[in-house]
Design a protein around this ligand. Structure first.
Ligand SMILES: [Zn+2]
Length: 439
């Protein structure tokens, strides 16, 4: 079994919780009086760091919302009041994609960048990456933090990095083959896209020695049918990971793939709460992930509402790690959940059905509100050479069997649905204005 830090990863849970509390208390004292954003926030509710003596006191601390961080940035541009230290202390700046609102800039010091790399070390080690591996990154480096952090993680592990920016998909496949890439880090969507290109170009994917794919940016790699499809196409294992620019790389899948992702609990405190009441959900129920990062004092988040839906599992994993897991990975966004005739529908549930069909190449789900009710339309692109209407009817039937829903399933012309390299947006809601979305 490969660990990044075995002593910490296999620590008894009481010790792990004590470690979290110790780190939390040190962080709170460090921030009070120095970090303008949190100092004001905590003063407003009358909490001082000394009030937090145990996890029972944790809920005295107010939640943090992304919209507040964006506002803090607007108040003191360009980095905002959540930047704890003088600007000269920072050596890295990245920003969120801004597809659902104002981009949020995040800044790191050399120490917190080292911390990002160590979190990615957990992700890579979880997928049993070693110094003998060659990692291929099929991206140009923009301001998105994810793959920069992967590079830092790979550096800490000693693996070779192969940068694959600025090329088309076929050139990337050839590069992976010629340089003997063993691991590729990309979105699940792009892994499928590369497989699609290989098929079209008669490029033998099995000529690439890839043995693991590490995914980020979308939930797909924990969606059973998407995972199965990627693994079958590549003849390799596919690993999920979850994180966010403002939080860190917080969760990863271990080699044993127990059907969920481990939270790096030595570096993060995860709470799973009812999105409406803000109270902890009973064990095993789906709730919103609220996270505190413990290693980024220069740009911290304390009780941050991620908007991600997860299901917590505390049972020990066969891999030996005591870190808790999120069953099924990130299940979707709390604001993407819709209720249709009393049934709660998550984007990943629909994806899991549609991805069973090798004959469906791409899909798009649209939710509209008509007469106060949500309606779902699923557009599919059928692989040419198949009876499209036959596939369409089958998909409709499969969604009904799995979810007791009868959405309208329609056919899109081949090649017309959007293809994505980063952050696929296959789930569209036309029942709300952009301002209503939590960015
Ligand atoms: Zn495990």
């Amino acid at each position: 079994m490969h660990y990044f830090n075995q002593a910490v990863e296999t620590m008894p849970r009481e010790q792990l919780r004590a470690l979290q509390l110790e780190k939390l208390r040190a962080l709170l004292s460090q921030l009070m009086g120095r970090n303008r954003f949190y100092t004001k926030k905590w003063k407003d509710v009358g909490v001082v760091p000394g009030d937090i003596q145990s996890f029972a006191d944790f809920s005295k601390l107010p939640f943090t919302y992304k919209s507040e961080l964006v506002r803090a940035q607007e108040e003191a541009p360009p980095f905002g009041t959540n930047a704890t230290f003088p600007e000269s202390a920072y050596t890295r700046v990245h920003q969120t994609s801004g597809t659902t609102g104002t981009p949020l800039r995040v800044v790191d010091t050399p120490e917190s960048w080292e911390w990002w790399g160590s979190c990615w070390g957990h992700v890579l080690r979880g997928a049993s990456v070693t110094a003998a591996d060659r990692l291929f990154l099929p991206f140009s480096f923009g301001p998105f933090i994810g793959f920069w952090a992967t590079v830092e993680g790979a550096r800490q592990i000693g693996a070779m990095m192969i940068p694959g920016g600025g090329w088309d998909s076929l050139q990337r496949l050839q590069m992976m083959r010629d340089l003997g890439a063993t691991v590729v880090c990309c979105t699940p969507t792009y892994a499928l896209r590369l497989a699609e290109v290989a098929r079209r170009e008669n490029f033998d994917l099995r000529s690439v020695p890839i043995r693991a794919l590490i995914h980020a940016g979308e939930p797909g790699a924990s969606v059973a049918q998407t995972k199965a499809r990627i693994e079958a196409a590549w003849g390799a294992k596919c690993f999920d990971h979850a994180g966010a620019s403002e939080v860190g790389a917080h969760s990863f899948e271990c080699q044993l793939q127990p059907g969920g992702i481990h939270i790096i609990e030595s570096e993060f405190i995860a709470e799973v709460l009812n999105p409406e009441t803000g109270k902890e959900v009973p064990g095993g129920e789906i709730g919103e992930l609220v996270i505190t990062n413990l290693g980024r004092p220069g740009f911290p988040v304390v009780r941050y509402r991620t908007g991600d839906l997860v299901r917590l599992n505390l049972t020990p994993c066969e891999c030996g790690r005591t870190f808790a897991r999120f069953d099924g990975g990130v299940l979707g966004r709390s604001d993407d959940m819709v209720t249709i005739r009393g049934v709660n529908v998550y984007p990943t549930a629909i994806e899991n059905v549609v991805r069973q069909f090798a004959t469906v190449e791409e899909f798009q789900v649209t939710v509209t509100m008509m007469q106060e009710m949500h309606h779902l339309e699923v557009e599919i692109e059928v692989v040419s050479g198949n009876d499209a209407e036959h596939v369409r009817a089958h998909v409709e039937q499969a969604i009904y069997q799995a979810l007791s829903l009868r959405p309208k399933v329609t056919l899109a012309e081949p090649g017309t649905l959007a293809r994505y390299e980063l952050k696929a947006r296959r789930f569209r809601r036309l029942d709300r204005t952009p301002e209503n979305r939590s960015a």
